[in-house]
Write a protein that binds this ligand. Structure first.
Ligand code: THU
Length: 136
């Protein structure tokens, strides 16, 4: 991906964060998932009074894409922070890494972005090495 494409994906994630519903943690997250056909699905975290019913932004994006019949993905951009202030990078939780593993290859690109469109990138294999996969 070019730097311009990466920054565009981070911008979409920052837009998605505006819909984040996080009245319990006040930690708002946005994600933007790029399919191999270059379509983008976004997601935000959605919390619940029964805390464990919460879903992360990354899974909101992945599940909405799968719900539309998409199963091939290139990259995801993630932004997040307390009260939506994305001054630091937000790392995906273990559950989201496992869900990424279900649908994405080892070289799937995970982009940690901030509000100034600074970023760092990792492959999924770097974030969840020795993962338990479908073939297991
Ligand atoms: N959260 C995400 O949406 N994605 C992450 O990668 C980390 C955590 C959400 C879940 C919860 O609503 C809030 O952030 C605090 O954990």
């Amino acid at each position: 991906m070019t730097e311009k494409e990466i920054k565009q994906l981070i911008s979409t994630a920052l837009d998605a964060l505006k819909n984040s519903y996080a009245p319990y943690s006040n930690f708002n997250v946005g994600a933007a998932l790029l399919t191999s056909k270059n379509k983008v699905y976004s997601g935000c975290n959605i919390e619940n009074a029964a805390y464990s019913s919460t879903i992360c932004a990354e899974r909101t994006a992945i599940f909405s894409a799968v719900n539309e019949g998409e199963k091939n993905f290139k990259a995801i951009a993630i932004v997040g922070g307390h009260r939506g202030n994305c001054s630091d990078f937000c790392s995906p939780c273990g559950v989201c890494r496992q869900v990424m593993t279900e649908f994405c290859g080892d070289d799937f690109l995970v982009i940690f972005g901030d509000k100034n469109l600074n970023y760092k990138t990792y492959t999924l294999d770097q974030l969840l090495p020795h993962a338990f996969k479908r073939e297991d």
